[in-house]
Design a protein around this ligand. Structure first.
Ligand code: UDP
Length: 452
């Protein structure tokens, strides 16, 4: 899995291990691995926790599939890997009976494997409860509305969500002619086969969505978040932390688009010029492909930034390539704002550290996360994105100034501080997340009355 799915699942595994008698085995595939996954696996495998890893044999992705949308490639991959996973599960189960099988929501095709082995199955959602509401509603929605969402100019009503524009629904369902649309509907229609759904959210963050989901008797819902990678476990990146330490409190805007998104070279130019014109301090994690249609990442910053940019901004900006210790940066007292693609983990990490955001969604369900962030929890402000997906330099400058010095920014900061306090309470003894986690642990282990 990509880091956005793997990190919260790893955190959940660690939390389960605080309950007595849990032994957890991850079935992994190295197919989607980047530089970060091996480090995480090694850290967990060498910890004192009862966590193990077992790997399926390589499965190849056909060349004609490599150009398809990620959701399609992933779903097809799971189908191809299914016989190996079945074999592994069977063999693990016969050596030591498995009490529950947890799988990612892109793997609903594995639910019949666990059912055949009489194992209760749970779907793990690294994203929001609002997204789960959307998935519950999706089969009905696509049967009622026959137009393509990307061409629709109306709002959609989904129980548990504020009214949402059709174009803010996940990118996989925007285009009916794309196979990703089929796969999303396919996964959504298999949900009810799971015994429960584990969601990386907390009750106080998404009250309405959780209420709507709980109203449906089946499957059970467990809001077990926020699952945040602890700062103490994050790899140290001394250069950027040293730089942050030299900046005034709450003065730095952190700019990052997660572990997968890459910007075009024109967009990098306008983002750079907008940041420079704002006059604010920034720490920017830059990911871009090498020129010439390559899919490998560029490692030479000077090939990506406008001429003279680094020199002109050297007293107030730092640009890092490809990866930064995000939780460490968000937890640093010098960080005052986060310009983000609104990946759900990034959004939760910002909530956890009380940092207001500028929402610049790129793909997947990030537009929906933007709606939750801006409309529902009011912890961020929205960037105006042109119809061709471009954000102009003037708009970057406006949004950065608004977040860091304007009234809207100050309201969003206040909201995020309140949510930060609520998130901490949710994770304390007796808090909503701790109760949901104990409930999940009880059902996963079939042992009533477990306490951490
Ligand atoms: N992340 C990080 N450093 C980076 C980019 C990402 O530590 O430079 C972490 C980030 O803290 C988050 C996860 O990777 O936990 C990204 O997940 P998210 O859902 O925000 O976005 P995705 O990468 O899945 O689009």
């Amino acid at each position: 899995m990509g880091m956005g799915h793997f990190l919260p699942l790893a955190e959940f595994a660690k939390r389960l291990c605080t309950f007595d008698g849990f032994s957890i085995t991850f079935i992994i595939s190295k197919w989607m691995w980047g530089s970060q996954q091996p480090t995480l696996v090694q850290r967990l495998a060498s910890s004192a926790l009862d966590i193990h890893f077992t790997e399926i044999p390589d499965v190849t992705v056909d060349e004609d599939e490599q150009h398809m949308r990620g959701e399609t490639i992933l779903s097809k991959y799971v189908l191809k890997a299914k016989p190996h996973i079945q074999e592994l599960l069977q063999s693990l189960h016969s050596s030591s009976p498995i009490s529950a099988f947890i799988t990612d929501f892109f793997c609903t095709d594995l639910l019949d494997v666990s059912a055949r082995l009489n194992m209760p199955s749970y779907l793990f959602y690294p994203t929001s409860a609002s997204f789960v509401c959307f998935m519950f509603h999706l089969p009905k929605l696509v049967s009622e509305i026959e137009v393509w969402f990307k061409e629709a100019d109306f709002d959609v009503e989904i129980a548990g969500l504020p009214l949402i524009s059709a174009t803010d629904l996940p990118t996989a369902v925007q285009d009916r002619s794309n196979s990703a649309f089929y796969w999303f509907v396919h996964h959504a229609s298999h949900f009810k086969e799971a015994s429960g759904i584990l969601i990386n959210t907390f009750a106080e963050l998404e009250e309405e969505a959780i209420k709507a989901l709980s109203a449906a008797a089946n499957p059970s819902i467990y809001p077990i978040g926020p699952l945040i990678f602890p700062v103490s476990d994050a790899p140290d990146e001394s250069r950027c932390l040293e730089w942050l330490a030299e900046q005034p409190p709450s003065s730095v805007l952190f700019v990052s688009f997660g572990s997968l998104a890459v910007l075009s070279s024109d967009q990098i130019t306008d983002l750079a010029i907008g940041l420079e014109a704002s006059g604010h301090r920034f720490l920017w994690v830059l990911r871009a492909y090498k020129s010439g249609g390559s899919s490998s990442l560029e490692n030479d910053i000077s090939k990506l930034l406008p001429e003279g940019f680094e020199i002109r901004t050297r007293d107030r900006g730092l640009v890092l390539l490809n990866w930064a210790p995000q939780v460490r940066i968000l937890s640093h007292p010098s960080t005052g704002g986060f310009l983000s693609h609104c990946g759900w983990n990034s959004t939760l990490e910002s909530v956890w550290h009380g940092i207001p955001m500028i929402a610049w969604p790129q793909a997947a369900e990030q537009r929906m996360n933007k709606v939750i962030l801006v409309k529902q929890i009011q912890g961020g402000i929205e960037l105006r994105i042109e119809s061709n997906g471009f954000v102009r330099r003037e708009e970057v400058e406006r949004a950065v100034r608004e977040l860091m010095e304007g009234e809207e920014g100050s309201k969003a900061r206040q909201k995020m501080k309140e949510l930060k306090d609520k998130a901490k309470i949710a994770l304390m003894e007796g808090g909503s997340t701790m109760k949901a986690t104990a409930d999940a642990a009880t059902h996963l282990s079939h042992k009533p009355g477990l306490t951490p």
